[in-house]
Design a protein. Structure first.
Length: 218
């Protein structure tokens, strides 16, 4: 589990592609201060397992499903990636709850400066947009951001100068692809509203005062 607060940008040192998999070697600093074999590190928002490390780099294996569902397969040596260690009990939750499991890949369709901020519009697939709400949270390449506005096909986020400087999103351009993870709370709500215990529920997924009371919300 992660928070979406990026600790540092690493750099791809090597990318070895197999038939349906890959191994990434990543230069890093901060995330290696207390690393152990088997630790989880989010790379561009994707939860990956450390399989080897030294004082200045670490290696992760990427399976076929991850290559298909994310932008990791498009990386090349020299590219920068967002890095975050897994959340520890007792840490401040500065962003929002991020699982590290990508829902889909979006495309940057527009960038516009508004005073100190950079407004970035990202076109996203329906399976992501169904869970996105204005003023809600979304993880973009692992970065926890607030949704400024959204439609059925796209969302807009605003980057302050610090976020633009400290993450890869500040270096992206129109047409670039980014990993997207929607707020997991929306998925739990959808599941709860559509759940039928023993197929005997008469709620049919519709939200009502009776339904909320029966499930402890009132």
């Amino acid at each position: 589990m992660f928070t979406g607060i990026i600790e540092e940008m690493g750099k791809i040192k090597k990318l070895h592609k197999g038939t349906d998999s890959a191994r990434l070697t990543i230069d890093a600093n901060v995330v290696l201060t207390d690393v152990k074999l088997g630790d989880s590190i989010a790379v561009n928002g994707i939860c990956l397992t450390v399989v080897n490390f030294s004082p200045s780099l670490f290696e992760v294996d990427v399976m076929a499903e991850t290559l298909r569902k994310t932008n990791l397969g498009e990386l090349k040596p020299g590219d920068r990636v967002n890095l975050e260690r897994a959340l520890r009990v007792g840490d401040r939750l500065g962003g929002h709850i991020v699982s590290g499991h990508i829902d889909g890949v979006g495309v940057i369709s527009r960038q516009e400066r508004e005073d100190i901020a950079i407004l970035t519009e990202i076109e996203a697939p329906p399976e992501v947009m169904k869970y996105v709400v204005t003023k809600g949270s979304v993880a973009i390449d692992g970065i926890s951001l607030t949704v400024v506005n959204c439609t059925n096909r796209a969302l807009v986020v605003s980057l302050i100068p610090h976020s633009a400087k400290m993450t890869t999103l500040g270096h992206k351009k129109t047409g670039d692809r980014v990993n997207l993870e929607s707020d997991i709370i929306g998925r739990y709500v959808e599941r709860l509203m559509g759940f039928k215990e023993n197929d005997s529920s008469t709620n049919d997924g519709k939200l009502s005062l009776d339904f909320l009371a029966q499930n402890g919300f009132l």
